[in-house]
Ligand binder design. Structure first.
Ligand SMILES: [Zn+2]
Ligand SMILES: [Zn+2]
Length: 467
């Protein structure tokens, strides 16, 4: 392994670990943990390798394996550890151990170095993928590293806790120039801008909502932006796609290139990469897995299904945006609804929320992969095939984009209180009201019905999807 190491703890796992590791008597404690892994060959911004480890499952150490513990040490038999290594190898996961320093900082002591080197030797003797170690300190801080050989451990460059809240602790804190962001640190404090400057955000879909999200994130000072959309701009997009010009329609510009141009022209220090492509394209996997947060601003049901799985497999929150606009007709009133859903392990997914239509996703897949067959079925009315374009007005697309970016800010700052991001916000523009409407995961749901997808990381086929 080379390059940067990011460790992601899913919020439900972090909660379980805190329950296991902080004893009422103040003694040290330990637990095992399994991680999924993302091996990123080329980070889209730096071109460097990256490894992302995502917590998959916490395994308590059996009571009979515990040897002794005090406020200064914890000792346990390694029998369970051997079992853990076997299980990790079988499933392509990385084994890890976590212990607490309840009265001290989160750091690796000399004793930790010696003990772990011994365990790492055991792991590598058995040809395992490595060994992760985490220390939970008394000050809520977490230290983490990955043993890449029996004698070498790599410190994590970031440790995140991902769930309703987005908490990212970076070990390397460069001094970033944020003079233009001074007014927002007056509101959120001096820690906000450094986090924003390092944040890596992908936007999938760069139309009405996506273009607004992109330019808002640019003004917010996001350090690294990735834009994904396969479309070129059309004349009927100009009523709502921010940054787009009539001349762009004439020259057939891609939506992603228009936004990249606007962001680069603003020159606010955001590094932007633009990919004119469909989100499911295999060439985008490194890019998607490199992001801290994704915004889903696409109408594409198959694309949404990809993001839905990605959120669970890689612990990357997806803030998904949608709009439904119906004109007043006959006796019916206007129906003008916007939606912002935050998808992450532990919450009902886009399928359970009824946002994704599996039937439509299959039709889109057919249209992409076999256009001839799609047209034939359309002629025979077996598939819907597009239909009338949806109504769209710039104030509503932009308003829901603001609501989506606000959700990210809430996840980072808790300005609305400590409950984290709202899982599913419904905005009725025709009634001037916002509601939080959610549901429970459907037990048989293959994505969110169990914890088996959480932090699973790289699997073959990608995201466990065949075909
Ligand atoms: Zn220790
Ligand atoms: Zn689900």
């Amino acid at each position: 392994m080379k390059g940067q190491l990011d460790i992601v703890l899913l919020e439900p796992h972090e909660t379980t670990l805190r329950e296991l590791l902080y004893r009422a008597n103040g003694s040290e404690a330990a637990a095992y943990i399994l991680f999924g892994k993302a091996e990123i060959v080329s980070d889209p911004w730096s071109g460097e390798q990256r490894t992302r480890l995502i917590s998959h499952e916490v395994i308590p150490i059996a009571a009979e394996d515990m040897v002794s513990s005090s406020s200064m040490h914890v000792t346990w038999s390694t029998q369970g550890f051997m079992k853990l290594l076997g299980f990790a190898q079988q499933r392509g996961l990385v084994a890890g151990l976590v212990h607490s320093h309840p009265n001290a900082e989160a750091f690796f002591s000399d004793q930790d170095d010696r003990n772990e080197a011994e365990l790492a030797r055991t792991a590598f003797n058995k040809d395992r993928l490595g060994l992760v170690s985490l220390v939970f300190g008394g000050n809520n801080a977490i230290a983490g590293r990955l043993w890449v050989s029996p004698i070498e451990a790599i410190e994590a460059s970031s440790i995140s806790v991902i769930g309703n809240k987005i908490s990212i602790r970076r070990t390397m804190q460069d001094n970033v120039e944020t003079a233009f962001l001074e007014r927002q640190s007056l509101l959120f404090g001096s820690n906000f801008n450094p986090i924003i400057r390092k944040l890596r955000v992908g936007i999938i879909g760069c139309g009405g909502t996506g273009s607004a999200v992109a330019l808002l994130l640019n003004r917010l000072g996001i350090g690294y932006l990735a834009l994904i959309d396969n479309d070129t701009i059309a004349i009927t997009n100009l009523n709502r796609v921010h940054g787009a010009r009539t001349s762009d329609v004439i020259s057939g510009q891609a939506k992603v290139d228009i936004l990249a141009r606007e962001i680069e022209t603003a020159d606010l220090g955001t590094q932007v990469v633009a990919r004119k492509s469909w989100v499911g394209d295999a060439s985008l996997r490194d890019l998607l897995r490199s992001c801290d947060v994704l915004f889903g601003c696409t109408d594409d049901h198959q694309g949404r299904l990809t993001l839905n799985r990605l959120a669970h497999y890689y612990g990357i929150p997806v803030i998904d945006v949608g709009l439904r606009m119906r004109s007043a007709r006959n006796d019916a009133n206007y129906d003008m609804t916007g939606r912002v859903s935050t998808i992450k392990p532990g919450s009902p997914c886009l399928m359970c929320l009824g946002v994704v239509n599996i039937h439509r996703a299959a039709e889109e897949g057919l249209r992409r992969n076999d256009p001839g067959e799609f047209e034939r079925r359309k002629a025979e009315a077996y598939v819907d095939g597009g239909g009338d374009p949806a109504p769209a007005v710039v104030t509503f697309t932009t308003s829901i984009a603001c609501a989506a970016v606000d959700e990210l800010i809430q996840g980072l700052t808790a300005f609305r209180g400590n409950t984290g991001m709202t899982h599913n916000r419904i905005r009725r523009f025709d009634r001037v009201e916002d509601r939080a409407m959610t549901c429970l995961p459907i037990q048989s749901c293959p994505v969110c019905g169990s914890a088996s997808t959480w932090g699973r990381g790289d699997v073959t086929p990608f995201l466990g999807v065949i075909g």
